[in-house]
Design a protein around this ligand. Structure first.
Ligand code: ANZ
Ligand code: ZN
Length: 833
């Protein structure tokens, strides 16, 4: 029976069904087998997969299939990050329930992923919006409360008075609400926080253990986000008041140069400070204005520095001078103490501020170059702050010391009178997990007039999100108006009470899903120790760089917090991280808003899943950007056809041998093919193991296929298995990339067992040693000829052969050979005169 034309649709469906029925990707804990956990960041069920998904999941699939062929017990799960705002907005638009929209999208996307033939253990699939999943988050939260890792705090939030909701910083555009353009206010709200700052040090320190496994730039981003600063807290006396103000500074060495103080608009002292100012109203209005500014902008470097004098002074503890206290827009309450000792000569923000408000500058750090010449930096010469190291000047007893040691010395001096101590500060803030949204996991708390905030008792979990909720046109969460949800009994005193109507930030769900995958159907606990201690941590995590900070940091935090709450014995979630490059089209990012999206479905319809996968993996290494090209996918499709025709042409002649099995070549052609075959195995293995460079793996396989085309008709009957072995090798190596066609061709060869469980072939060193090599002859350093010599011929033999060359005799006639230098397998240089 002729093989016929390559018809991807037919064979892809066929093999997907075979895999599915055989359950070949379903895995269980198996203590006798080494495990490998490969995970791609799970998708938000937006409705359709895009090329970015295809790239992410194709990379993961090759890793999974490759590791499985290498003998690992491979866990490769998939699921849905199913809570979130888009579902709510879509539901408002279509007048449906967010659940309906979400489940519909999930089923469409699942089908698309299945068409691509990914090797997922689908039994482990989960959607985070299901109570079977989020009930464990509610349980974690109760445990966090018990441990003091979760707490409630009043804090200023972006608030839109028209939409009646809190907005994320990203949803505030130039001070206006992204939806209705109303002016955003800062409103103090009680919110639930997780104490991620308790883990700041461990989160920072453990980044060292990820060195080598994570991209350096992600480690740096995490380090910066945690932002550990070493410095000091210094106390300033307020003039004419029985009050002090503490500042956090990283530069206590500049204390003698502090000529004013800047405090945040939210600083608790502001009201008192301005209480008897003549222009109190003006100051209050200014302060209010700052409070309503977008907090992101307030922290930006290019912010126009603004401030106002409070009317009060404090005393510089070392100079004894009175210095004015300002409220300044760039000082943030959430960092340090919310007050800054301003050193305009050595801090750029203070410099700009001082210039604007004509405040005095005092140089206290002198550049070494000037100090050596006996000069001192002059304020008149400065166009910007001098922020580099130097020698202290105008600093009393500390004059002449280098600024680094002066930091400690000055703080020690102040410490004697209780006015200063060394301090560490983190940029990292506790994580606000409250959202005034409907489509999220309910926070399991009940409010009682008498008992306050009471945790929902564990036996009442899960607190279910009502399925009959009617989303509201105005975008507000329907939860607060649903009596049947809100009204409840206080678990402590039994009085009528109200349920919390905020839901968790959706980052909650993605912070532990990788653990639940280890044991997704466990109804007794979130995950068993047995499962997590076998499968965790994730050996290879793959996803976009956009998650470099938040998702990865929250996941690391959760892993540690869950460990400390006794849920799993894991310290770090992801041993290795690969951030895949973006998919581009015509040089720009492929995205809906740009209108340059290539629909994966259309590509699968036209060329098949294998060609789509092959193109994506061939076009560039995983970490680099990938430029979409129509010719590229056509090329991939052509190559698969070429492989198909090679097998078709040999149908009936091929034998069901394993990759690399042919070993005893009788002819030159067979030897040559065997060499290529083993060289391909060598290169493929090396390149996959080196950052998963599938593109060069595929290039090597293409070369092998070319070689087979060259040699197939020249191979004699003396080497009946030579071609079969090489075909088996090409198919086996290509299987992780283009699994359907390879399975089909494997079967055509006569194999009856599937390709998915075949071992990854190993190469034979001996096959890579060529019998003959070409050597160059030089006379006095000039190339005079070439000759064939046996591989690794002894030096004397090579020398003899070189001297016997006709060309060479011509050049040394009448001369004396003084010296012969032989570089084995390469070159013979004859020195003669
Ligand atoms: C005096 C000084 C002199 C400073 C100097 C710097 C240079 P990092 O490194 O980010 O920790 N600062 C402290 N609290 C602040 C707040 N709430 N809002 C805005 N700025 C604040 O930065 C620490 C420095 O940032 C501190 O050291 C303080 O200014 C300022 F030549 O104190 B410094
Ligand atoms: Zn009560």
């Amino acid at each position: 029976m002729a093989l016929g034309k390559y018809d991807p649709e037919k064979i892809e469906k066929k093999w997907q069904q075979v895999w599915n029925e055989s359950g070949c990707f379903e895995v269980e804990v198996d203590a006798d087998k080494p495990k490998y956990y490969v995970l791609e960041m799970f998708p938000y069920p937006s409705g359709k997969i895009h090329m970015g998904h295809v790239r992410n999941y194709s990379i993961g699939d090759v890793v999974a299939r490759f590791k499985s062929m290498q003998g690992f017990n491979v866990l490769h799960p998939m699921g849905w990050d199913a809570f979130g705002l888009p579902a709510e907005n879509a539901a408002i638009k279509n007048e449906t329930h967010p659940a309906e929209w979400t489940y519909q999208n999930i089923s469409e996307m699942r089908e698309q992923l299945q068409r691509l033939g990914y090797s997922y253990d689908w039994r482990r699939e989960m959607a985070t919006c299901r109570p079977e999943y989020y009930k464990w988050e509610q349980k974690f939260f109760l445990k966090f409360l018990e441990k003091g890792l979760a707490y409630r705090k009043d804090s200023p939030q972006n608030w839109c008075p028209t939409c009646n909701t809190v907005l994320a910083n990203e949803q505030v555009e130039e001070g206006l609400c992204w939806r209705c353009d109303s002016e955003v206010e800062q409103k103090d709200m009680e919110q639930w926080f997780l104490r991620i700052t308790d883990y700041a040090d461990e989160l920072l320190k453990d980044l060292e253990s990820l060195e080598g496994g994570w991209p350096e730039r992600v480690l740096t981003m995490q380090r910066n986000w945690i932002g550990k600063s070493y410095g000091a807290e210094l106390t300033f006396q307020v003039k004419d008041m029985d009050k002090t103000i503490d500042v956090f500074t990283t530069r206590p060495d500049t204390l003698y140069g502090a000529t004013f103080m800047s405090v945040a608009a939210e600083h608790p002292m502001v009201e008192e400070l301005i209480a008897d100012a003549d222009n109190k109203e003006e100051i209050a209005a200014f302060v209010n204005n700052i409070k309503n500014m977008d907090r992101i902008k307030r922290g930006a470097d290019d912010l126009e520095k603004e401030g106002i004098f409070t009317g009060k002074y404090c005393v510089n503890p070392v100079t004894g001078k009175d210095i004015p206290i300002f409220v300044a827009n760039f000082v943030l309450m959430g960092y340090g103490t919310g007050a800054v000792m301003a050193v305009p000569a050595h801090d750029q923000r203070d410099f700009e501020f001082a210039k604007k408000y004509e405040l005095p500058l005092q140089v206290v750090i002198n550049p070494k170059e000037l100090a050596e010449k006996g000069e001192v930096l002059k304020v008149e010469d400065m166009t910007e702050a001098y922020t580099d190291p130097g020698i202290l000047v105008n600093s009393g007893e500390f004059d002449g010391t280098e600024n680094e040691p002066a930091k400690k010395a000055i703080v020690e001096e102040l410490d004697k009178s209780g006015r200063g101590k060394m301090a560490v500060n983190y940029r990292l803030r506790d994580w606000n997990v409250s959202r005034q949204r409907f489509w999220g996991a309910p926070i399991p708390v009940i409010y009682c007039d008498d008992c306050g905030a009471v945790p929902v008792p564990e036996d009442q979990l899960p607190v279910m999100l009502p399925e009959n909720a009617q989303v509201r046109k105005d975008g507000k969460s329907p939860l607060p108006t649903m009596e049947e949800f809100v009204n409840c009994e206080c678990p402590t005193c039994g009085k009528a009470a109200r349920r919390e109507t905020d839901t968790f930030d959706t980052f909650f769900e993605s912070s532990w899903y990788f653990m639940r995958y280890c044991d997704p159907r466990n109804e007794a606990e979130p995950m068993s120790d047995e499962a997590t201690s076998y499968w965790m941590n994730v050996d290879q995590y793959i996803g976009g760089i956009e998650h470099a900070i938040l998702h990865l940091l929250y996941s690391r935090f959760f892993t540690k917090a869950l460990r400390d709450c006794g849920f799993a014995k894991v310290d770090e979630p992801f041993a290795n991280l690969l951030t895949q490059g973006m998919v581009l089209k015509d040089g720009g990012k492929m995205s809906k808003s740009k209108g340059n999206v290539v629909d994966p479905n259309a590509m699968i319809n036209r060329y098949g899943a294998d060609a789509t996968r092959l193109f994506i993996l061939f076009a560039s290494p995983p970490v680099k950007e990938l430029e979409w090209s129509d010719q590229g996918i056509e090329g991939a499709f052509r190559f698969l056809n070429r492989l198909w025709r090679l097998v078709e042409d040999q149908e009936g002649k091929l034998e069901p041998v394993l990759a690399g099995s042919f070993s005893d070549p009788q002819t030159e052609e067979a030897k040559q093919l065997r060499f290529k075959e083993h060289d391909t195995i060598r290169r493929a293995t090396r390149d996959i193991e080196n950052e998963f460079q599938f593109n060069t793996v595929i290039a090597a396989i293409m070369e092998l296929v070319n070689e087979m085309y060259q040699l197939k008709d020249k191979l004699g009957d003396s080497d009946p298995k030579a071609l079969s072995s090489a075909v088996a090798t090409a198919i086996t190596l290509l299987a992780p990339v283009a699994p359907h066609i390879c399975e089909e061709l494997w079967q055509v060869m006569g194999h009856t067992d599937g390709l998915t469980k075949q071992a990854w072939p190993s190469f034979d060193e001996k096959a890579l040693v060529k019998d003959e090599v070409t050597m160059v002859v030089q006379v006095n350093g000039k190339v005079r000829g070439k000759f064939q010599a046996p591989n690794n011929a002894p030096k004397e033999d090579a020398e003899k052969m070189a001297l016997g060359q006709e060309n060479v005799t011509k050049f040394i006639e009448g001369k004396t050979v003084r010296k012969v230098i032989v570089i084995p397998n390469k070159l013979v240089n004859i020195v003669a005169n």
